[in-house]
Design a protein around this ligand. Sequence first.
Ligand code: 9UX
Length: 71
Amino acid sequence: MQTENLKVLGMTCAACAKAAERAVGKLDGVEKVSVNYATEKMNVDFDGDKVSIEQIKAAVLKAGYEAKEED
Ligand code: 9UX
């Protein structure tokens, strides 16, 4: 299991954070995801053998937001 912190751009309300969480949370291999609307941060625990950070970023983009690696 690995953990990553991403910056999420484009969220305009707290429900956006929940929508982004749902989009990432349904990916196979994602163990746990939480998005903080106020800080625009996503913390995601995932199995790198099943899902890549690129796939996670793509899921966020498809949901209407943009995730960036910056740590
Ligand atoms: Mo946050 Mo609402 O976008 O559609 S403004 S979920």
